[in-house]
Ligand binder design. Sequence first.
Ligand SMILES: C[S@@+](CC[C@H](N)C(=O)[O-])C[C@H]1O[C@@H](n2cnc3c(N)ncnc32)[C@H](O)[C@@H]1O
Length: 220
Amino acid sequence: MSGKSIGLSDELHEYLLSVSLRESAVMAELREETAEHPKSQMQIAPEQAQFLRFLVQLIGARRTLEIGVFTGYSAMAVAEVLPPNGEVVACDISEEYTQVARRYWQKAGVDDTIDLRIAPAAETLQALLDDGQAGTFDFSFIDADKKTYDTYYERSLDLLRPGGVIALDNVFRDGRVTGSRSDDESVRAIQELNEKLHEDDRVEITMLPLADGVTLAMKR
Ligand SMILES: C[S@@+](CC[C@H](N)C(=O)[O-])C[C@H]1O[C@@H](n2cnc3c(N)ncnc32)[C@H](O)[C@@H]1O
């Protein structure tokens, strides 16, 4: 019996990847190119991308939101497994980062599935709501600026159908969420949101010790 999740040593992480990672050639190429980027640590872990793919298929997702695209790895992971009429509305503010994403999405043949919107994500989500699209999405992956996570969560919740799932990345903030309120605004925002979700009876939640911590919130 195990009382808690075990810490992942480098060796065990290597093992996990060696016996479970399934990654398309284009995704592997994108991960290799992004590894050379000065902000490469922003890309999600490959096993996390594989988890998201698994999850969107499990819930039968067709319409999904991606909040924080960077070079496009997580959006591509999801887009590759959506049904033929599937759609990812992908939000980012950076033309520079997402140029790389567009190149790889085209290479993987998922560029028609991904609707990239360059604007602050809060505005894009509000525009979808103003357009009457509340309750029409199945899944939302939140992975942009941490101080706005609460807004992304609230707007995603409005945009999701009952049974839809929100995945929030970096809920551990590299372990900095423990203890008293942080002086760092981004850590504090996550501490407050973690506590809010714990009490939020609009959703079922589970917090997974995957990568930098991922919370799943399923809309009731
Ligand atoms: C952690 S990275 C996303 C990583 C991505 N999910 C992946 O798998 O590679 C965060 C992204 O959020 C974007 N971002 C930051 N502030 C934003 C905002 N207000 N609206 C939309 N995107 C934003 C950044 O430009 C950056 O590309």
